[in-house]
Structures are given as structure tokens and as C-alpha cells.
Design a protein around this ligand. Structure first.
Ligand SMILES: [Zn+2]
Length: 511
């Protein structure tokens, strides 16, 4: 058996189901390009039958990305499968990923189908998909809680029908590593012709075991891991790509597994996902957290200085965490900015570059050194976000120990210029109140955080907000050397996203 593990990234499908993490089409495409650079084997681009927006996004990604397989999700019915194929058929290597629940608990309470009927539906779905492509994946929703004998039976049937990959999700994040590993082993031993297909694992993190379960599955014969960047996903999320890949890479002495991943693209990918979705990575997160490579305790520092391997099992440069050697500033020209942007992996049109250069000059007037993170933040705000419904044009805030905090704001809303003023308990509150009144929103601010995106006293503030309205959640992000301006930008970004999500709701699939 080959030691190569296929990395199937589902950040765009399962990851997008994280509350508030929905992405617009431009953001999805940008992320897909990054995943291609990261060299994932398969990109699950979405669920085309869910909505027109999802369909369009999958189609666009299928057409643009040439070096990864592009998968589209479909329930086990004719309409979903046909729609999935319509969306992915333009890909260099398209995949149809169809699924049905297999556990008794789902059969009884959700599907209200017998085991016979489920096998029948699965076989028909795989056959239908096979009329379009040989690259068919079949998933057993709630697989880890499925009776092993029934699991073997349904897998035997779908393999016979032509499935090339069979996936065993731990949909509800319930499995224990040893148990899940044994489950995969029983499948490897109990299903005829299982060696002719790829067995895949897809684990959720409800008990914090998604990565452990994924590794247990691989150890017992699985050769595809379904993962997301930063582990984002529904509820507690999915197994994180960076943790699975770096565990396999760091512990080759444990088992000699290989992946196709360009690990130096891990950190840029993590940053991009965090920037696009507004979901901040916790500082103590393995691999990509801000503290993951910070050896701050004195004793550790001493140890690291003496010999790097005393405490460091990985180097920060392994995952593409660079000390910012290239710094741009006030006197850097358009050409230098362009070169830097290309180096970061972005391809911009001349027009986009012009916008960005203006923003860059403005920022350079306020901040001495412009680092990669600053440039990425500018790109996120300027390029990935158009078309926006609301734009900030002008902000003036008065506050201090004696003044009543007052904000005067000018925005553009649906092409119209609006102006307003208002008070609050503080300058940020005054700004938010004023904007809320101007656009007439009932969105509630449920979370607010501010951090510095780089080191240094003149670092830009990065503000994240979480807004909620009628059950819709949106995260907004804004950066600026002035944190009140950053807050206004974040709030407006949140409102833009909220308005987009209300028009393009994400359909949730439990898988
Ligand atoms: Zn899932």
C-alpha cells in the first residue's frame, strides 16, 4: 500500500459552514488559488445544489484552478448529482462527492428509510455520478456511528457501482482515536476490493479529537484526509490541515507518510483564511497560533539558544513564517509594491494595483514600515471586498476626559452619500451608533476585539466585530493605524457581509 496521503481540503464547503464564516465569490476564488499553491490534492469547492451562488462559485473555481482536483458535493439523488456535474465539469480533474447517512439513528429519525433503501439510493447515486466521471467519492454520513456490518455491506455495494473513494466521516465528533482506528481497520479487512479504492477520513472536533482520529484512521489504512485550514467548520470545526500535515511530516520516524503539500504555504494560507472569514486563530493554536513558535519562558529561550532541537520540534520557517526581511516604506514606488504583491502570491490587474498604490501611500504616511501583513490587509480590504453596499468616506470623532464622545460620519450606501452625527459612551460606541442610525440596521454587535497585526508601536490595529441580525451572523474586519477608524471599517465590513449573507444564505450539510 502506498504511503501517500491525499489531502482533501474542505475549507470552502465544510469550513464555510462555520457560523459567520461565509465567503463571497471573489473571496472563495482567492482562497482556491491559495489552496492550489499549498498543493492540496482535492479542493471541495462547494455544494452546487444548495443555491445559485454556490453553483456559480464552484463553476468558477473549476474553470480557474488547473492543478488540483475540484470536488462538488451532492446528496444521493439525481438532481443534486446532475447539478454538481454541471458545476464541476469544466475542471481539469472534476470529482463528484455524493453522500447519504448510514447510522441507524439517522435512518430512523432523519431519512426514515430502511437499510435496503439506503443501499439502493447510494448505489444509484454512484452509478449516476459514474455516467459523468470515474472520479466519484461516496461518503457515509455519521459513518463512525454506523453498525460495522452494515458499513461493510454498503461500501461493498458502492465500490461495485464504481466509487473510487469511500469516506467514513465522524460527523458528530464522537469517536475515540483507538476506536475509530479499529473501525477503519475492520473496513480495510472486511470489505471486498477495498484495496482498489481510497479510504478517506473526515473528522469533527467536538471532543477535540479530530486530528487524533484522522491520524488513527491513516495509521489503519486510510489514505485521504478531509481537513480545513485553521480547523474551521461547523460547531467545533474539522480536523485542521496544518496539524495533520505537520504531524505526518514531523513524525516520519513514527510512520513514513508523505503528502503533496508545500508546507511553506501553510502560514500564508492560515492568514488568508483568517483574514477572509474574520475568524481569528487562537494564540495557542498548534502550528499557526501566534504563540506556537514563541519561546518566551527564560528557561526555554536558554535551551533554544544552546541547541535548536532542545525544545523546537519544527522551525517557524518550515511553515512559511518569515521574519520580515523585505520592508516597504514611504519612498517605495509602484514597481516595488507590485513586486512585493506578486511575491505574496497575488495577481492584480493594473486598475487594482492603482487603487492599492493610493492606499499604500496613505498608509505609508502614517506608518514607517509597511510589512507583508499590512499589504495583505490592504488587499483584503480593497480587492477582495468589492462590490460593497456601504463604504466609509469620512470619520471625525471627538472624545476625551471632558468631551461627550461624538462621531460625525459620512458613508456611501447603495451609491448615495449619507452624513450623520451621534453620541455614545465612548468614541467607538458613538461611531457605531451613528452608522447604525444612518443605514437603519437592527444588527447587534455581539463581539468586538482589537489587536495589532504586526509588532511595533506604529502597528496597524486590526478590529474584528461579530454582528447578528435575525439569526444571521457576520464577522467584519477592519485595519487602520487608528483603531477608531479600524473599528468603523470593521463595522461597515460586517454590515456588508450581513447584507450579502442575507441574500445568499449558506445551506448547511451535516457531513
Ligand atoms: Zn464535516
Amino acid at each position: 500500500m502506498s504511503n501517500h496521503v491525499i489531502i482533501f481540503d474542505t475549507t470552502l464547503r465544510d469550513g464555510e459552514q462555520s457560523p459567520g464564516a461565509s465567503m463571497n465569490q471573489a473571496e472563495k476564488l482567492r482562497l482556491a488559488y491559495q489552496l492550489e499553491k499549498l498543493r492540496v490534492d482535492v479542493i471541495e469547492a462547494g455544494f452546487p445544489a444548495a443555491s445559485k451562488g454556490d453553483f456559480e462559485a464552484v463553476k468558477l473555481i473549476a474553470e480557474k484552478i488547473r492543478n488540483c482536483q475540484i470536488a462538488a458535493l451532492a446528496r444521493a439523488n439525481k438532481q443534486d448529482i446532475d447539478r454538481a456535474w454541471e458545476a464541476v465539469k469544466g475542471a481539469a480533474n472534476p470529482r463528484i462527492h455524493t453522500f447519504i447517512a448510514t447510522s441507524d439513528i439517522h435512518l430512523k429519525h432523519k431519512l426514515k428509510m430502511t437499510r435496503e433503501e439506503v443501499v439502493q439510493a447510494a448505489v444509484e447515486a454512484v452509478r449516476r455520478a459514474r455516467t459523468y466521471t470515474e472520479n466519484v467519492e461516496f461518503s457515509t454520513e455519521d459513518g463512525s456511528r454506523t453498525d460495522i456490518e452494515f458499513m461493510c455491506r454498503i461500501l461493498e455495494a458502492v465500490i461495485k457501482a464504481g466509487a473510487a473513494t469511500v469516506n467514513i466521516p465522524d460527523t458528530v465528533g464522537y469517536a475515540m482515536p483507538q476506536e475509530y482506528g479499529m473501525f477503519i481497520k475492520s473496513i480495510m479487512e472486511g470489505v471486498p476490493h477495498i484495496d482498489k479504492v481510497i479510504v478517506s477520513v473526515h473528522c469533527h472536533d467536538d471532543l477535540g479529537l479530530a486530528v487524533a482520529n484522522t491520524l488513527a484512521g491513516i495509521h489503519n489504512g486510510a489514505r485521504q484526509a478531509e481537513v480545513t485550514i485553521n480547523g474551521i467548520g461547523e460547531r467545533a470545526g474539522n480536523a485542521s490541515l496544518e496539524e495533520v500535515v505537520m504531524a505526518l511530516r514531523t513524525r516520519q520516524d513514527w510512520a513514513d507518510f508523505t503528502t503533496r503539500i508545500d508546507v511553506e504555504q501553510i502560514y500564508p494560507s492560515s492568514r488568508l483564511v483568517s483574514m477572509i472569514t474574520g475568524m481569528v486563530v487562537q494564540p495557542n493554536k498548534a502550528i499557526v497560533g501566534a504563540n506556537a513558535f514563541a519561546h518566551e519562558a527564560g528557561i526555554h529561550q536558554d535551551g533554544v539558544l544552546k541547541h535548536q532541537t532542545t525544545y523546537e520540534i519544527m522551525r517557524p520557517t518550515d511553515i512559511g513564517l518569515k521574519s520580515n526581511a523585505m520592508v516597504l516604506g514611504k519612498h517605495s514606488g509602484r514597481h516595488a509594491l507590485k513586486a512585493r504583491i506578486e511575491n505574496l502570491g497575488y495577481e492584480l490587474s493594473e486598475e487594482q494595483l492603482n487603487y492599492l498604490f493610493t492606499d499604500f501611500k496613505e498608509l505609508a504616511d502614517k506608518k514607517k514600515e509597511i510589512l507583508d501583513e499590512d499589504i495583505e490587509a490592504l488587499i483584503a480590504e480593497r480587492i477582495l471586498r468589492i462590490p460593497d453596499r456601504y463604504k466609509l468616506l469620512y470619520l471625525n470623532v471627538i472624545s476625551g476626559t471632558v468631551a461627550v464622545p461624538t462621531a460625525t460620519v459620512q458613508i456611501e450606501a447603495d451609491g448615495q452619500q449619507l452624513q450623520g452625527a451621534g453620541f455614545g459612551v465612548g468614541p467607538i460606541d458613538a461611531t457605531f451608533n451613528t452608522i447604525k442610525n444612518m443605514v437603519g440596521t437592527r444588527a447587534e454587535l455581539v463581539r468586538f476585539s482589537v489587536s495589532a497585526i504586526t509588532g511595533g508601536m506604529d502597528a496597524q490595529g486590526e478590529v474584528m466585530v461579530r454582528l447578528q441580525e435575525n439569526g444571521f451572523v457576520a464577522l467584519g474586519r477592519g485595519t487602520d493605524p487608528d483603531i477608531i477608524t479600524a473599528s468603523a471599517k470593521a463595522f461597515i465590513n460586517g454590515l456588508n457581509r450581513l447584507s450579502y449573507f442575507k441574500e445568499n444564505p449558506v445551506t448547511t450539510v451535516e457531513l
